[in-house]
Design a protein around this ligand. Structure first.
Ligand SMILES: Cc1cc2nc3c(=O)[nH]c(=O)nc-3n(C[C@H](O)[C@H](O)[C@H](O)COP(=O)(O)OP(=O)(O)OC[C@H]3O[C@@H](n4cnc5c(N)ncnc54)[C@H](O)[C@@H]3O)c2cc1C
Ligand code: SF4
Ligand code: SF4
Length: 465
């Protein structure tokens, strides 16, 4: 197929858009809402071009108009330039402080818009919502309302329960809109560094993150591994170092859920790993609103990232004097509980609701019911892994005050990474039997998870200038 773009004859395969043909031929067409890995959206119209077919001319969006044999395309005709100027003038009036818009407007000779300036950040390009839905898979944000009220928000404007703080939306957002939002928590690499500098005290280790100590410990609590997580919460509550803790319980007939406890018995009832992603933010906010000051939060790395982001941007300001300590768990991936339950029923013929204990160890998913143990390979469960986990590159909860897992320790022990003085205070409050950690085992999982996330992120990054 042959078409002419700006007087150049270019060849193209069928089913690709004018924009893609132009890009392959190094012909620049400006865009704000286009990303090669996402479905075309045609929202910003900045990629408008003039096409001529059988002597008739019309303006179309290059990002969603398919190339045709014999088509004549002009990317900078007077009509196209006028239209782009109008679009940019409107965008500049909407978002007068956004660098990318200012830059594009200047390229088209616009210094100031003729229209009443607004003070918005979001240009409604939909890149953030689409990347979150199509590439991350969690749909934590959506476009809301219509007309002048149109915007981007988490469901009901609440703090997002689904955001995994992967940062993809912030990478694709052409303005600062998404990073200004308070109810989703994009954490980019730079933001992660800032958080480490602000909240953690140890020395930076490329594999394990900022740390003071790396130890393996076993306590008197019969927890998932060495019971360290429960022991530090229990001791913190008993000794008055903590006012409350957000932990996760699994009640028969329901999904795992976060609860607020302020007594050691509550912490003990929440022992054990629930291999699901559970949002801890609403229980943390409830504790703060109830006037609790010293609060421990246990969470997977995605939850720890989300809480840190909220803490830095909002909680520290709104709840001065609050002292939040984050206990991060190691995590390679998690499962959708309902899907997992059905899958396990098919593979192992048991109901997960009857499980006395669930453990993932050395690539096997093991369920104990009474005296019996049933197991299958974790590989057989890949289709019920939660969406988004493939975008998560943090195995060891790098932003927590103290991180706890099992990899690297003998059976029955927890691997513990102490990252801040707050974390150290918690660990100093308990008694445990310590042994040496196999650091290489932990580093191996860190690098496997990082590589998987890098592969997933490559699709997000390929679309960036
Ligand atoms: C989804 C998931 C995946 C994990 N994957 C790995 C892994 O691949 N490798 C590894 O070494 N370790 C992994 N862990 C951590 C490991 O299973 C243990 O939780 C950790 O070693 C702590 O053991 P413990 O005996 O000290 O914990 P315990 O003393 O039993 O205490 C566990 C604490 O974690 C809380 N908790 C349980 N489930 C959740 C949850 N879903 N979200 C938030 N809090 C929760 C409990 O309420 C409790 O307070 C994973 C944990 C989770 C939640
Ligand atoms: S940080 Fe990730 S999960 Fe959260 S809204 Fe942005 S893209 Fe979605
Ligand atoms: S891999 Fe673990 S920490 Fe990462 S998004 Fe999934 S559940 Fe959260």
């Amino acid at each position: 197929m042959r078409l002419t773009i700006d007087d150049r004859v270019v060849e193209a395969d069928r089913s690709i858009t004018i924009l893609e043909v132009a890009r392959r031929a190094d012909i620049h067409i400006p865009t704000l809402c286009y990303h090669p890995a996402l479905e075309p959206y045609g929202a910003c119209r900045l990629c408008s071009v003039e096409i001529e077919k059988r002597g008739r001319k019309k303006i179309v969006s290059a990002c969603n108009y398919l190339a045709e044999d014999g088509l004549v395309v002009r990317t900078r005709s007077p009509a196209v330039i006028d239209l782009r100027k109008m679009i940019l003038e409107l965008l500049l009036a909407r978002c007068p402080k956004e660098g990318r818009i200012l830059e594009l407007a200047r390229d088209y000779g616009i210094e100031a818009p003729r229209f009443e300036p607004d003070n918005e950040r979001c240009i409604l390009c939909g890149l953030c919502t689409r990347v979150c839905a199509e590439l991350v898979g969690v749909s934590a944000i959506n476009t809301i309302n219509r007309g002048v009220e149109r915007g981007v928000d988490a469901p009901f404007g609440d703090l997002s329960e689904d955001c995994i703080a992967c940062g993809s939306c912030a990478l694709v957002c052409p303005t600062s809109a998404i990073t200004e939002m308070r109810n989703v928590f994009p954490v980019t690499t730079e933001m992660s560094r800032e958080i480490e500098d602000e909240y953690l005290d140890g020395v930076r280790d490329e594999d394990l993150g900022v740390l003071f100590h790396l130890i393996a410990g076993r306590t008197s609590v019969a927890g998932q591994d060495g019971g360290v997580a429960t022991s530090i919460i229990k001791a913190g509550l008993e000794k008055g170092v903590l006012d409350a803790a957000v932990v996760v319980v699994k009640r028969r007939g329901s999904n795992p859920e976060a609860v607020l406890v302020d007594e050691a018995t509550g912490a003990m009832q929440a022992r054990g790993t629930k291999y699901s992603r559970v949002s801890v933010i609403s229980q943390l906010c409830r504790a703060l609103r109830e006037g609790k000051k010293r609060i421990a939060v246990v969470g997977t790395p995605c939850q720890i990232r989300s809480v840190r982001r909220l803490q830095k941007g909002y909680l520290d300001r709104e709840f001065p004097g609050s002292d939040i300590v984050l206990i991060g768990l190691f995590c390679f991936e998690s499962f959708d509980y309902a899907d997992l339950r059905s899958r396990i029923n098919v593979i192992l013929g048991i109901d997960l609701e009857d499980a006395d204990r669930i453990q993932i160890s050395k690539g096997r998913y093991e369920v104990s019911i009474g005296e019996e143990t049933y197991s299958c390979s974790v590989k057989d469960l890949q289709d019920v892994v939660r969406e988004g986990c493939q975008m998560c590159g943090d195995f060891v909860s790098r932003l927590a005050d103290i991180s706890i897992g099992s990899v690297g320790s003998p059976d029955g022990y927890s691997t513990v990474i102490v990252r801040s003085r707050r974390g150290k205070v918690l660990l100093d409050g308990i008694e445990f039997e310590g042994v040496q950690v196999n650091r290489d085992e932990v580093a191996k999982l860190v690098s496997m998870k990082r590589r998987r996330a890098e592969r997933s992120f490559a699709r997000v990054l390929e679309g960036l200038g």
